[in-house]
Design a protein around this ligand. Structure first.
Ligand SMILES: [Zn+2]
Length: 194
């Protein structure tokens, strides 16, 4: 039997995720809160019903270099937060921190015409990273950037423009796994992402 503290913790997490507009079907996976209760919470928080239906595909982010760069920022930050766990499960707390970091970076940028990548799409990216649909390739300059297995644009480094060191379709990830950063180390910094 799940104790009351755990129930409260899961419900608090569900509210945090719904406030960030994460699809309720995904929230259910990470909290075990019932679909009915999540739909009610969503309506109370946002004043309208949650989005339902098929998830968008992550390859839509890999049609322009700017969007691919934004996906790279999210996934690099996520990998730094979650470490090797990122390849075994979706670490929702690490994903929240990575998305926060991405939103902070985006606020510093000017001239962006498209809306920000939302938390649902960030979750889809994390899922596709785990299943090797998306990989993080390493440029000779040391930058890591995301490559989708079905992207139509030529993959190249967003900093120096070189192609990645590994360009073939690899069945496993080509990036070195980082050491996860403990959650109690406080606020994200631009030095280590999290
Ligand atoms: Zn480079």
């Amino acid at each position: 039997m799940v104790n009351k503290c755990e129930q409260h913790r899961k419900l608090a997490l569900a509210i945090r995720l719904i406030k960030r507009n994460l699809r309720t079907s995904i929230v259910a996976v990470h909290t075990n809160v019932s679909a009915t209760q999540l739909r009610t919470l969503y309506h109370e928080i946002h004043g309208h019903a949650s989005v339902s239906g098929m998830f968008p595909e992550s390859d839509r982010l890999f049609t322009t270099h700017q969007r691919a760069l934004e996906a790279s920022i999210i996934l690099t930050a996520y990998l730094n937060c979650a470490g090797a766990d990122a390849l075994r499960r979706i670490d929702i707390e690490a994903l929240l921190r990575a998305h926060d970091f991405y939103m902070d970076v985006r606020r510093e940028c000017t001239g962006l015409t498209q809306s920000a990548i939302d938390l649902t799409m960030a979750w889809i990216l994390a899922r596709d990273l785990r299943s090797c649909v998306v990989d993080l390739r390493t440029c000779p300059c040391g930058i890591r950037f995301a490559v989708h297995e079905q992207q139509r644009i030529q993959p190249h480094c967003p900093v120096c423009g070189l192609p990645p060191l590994s360009t073939g379709k690899a069945p496993t990830h080509s990036f070195p796994l980082p050491v996860p950063v403990p959650a109690d180390l406080g606020t994200p910094t631009t030095d280590r992402f999290c």
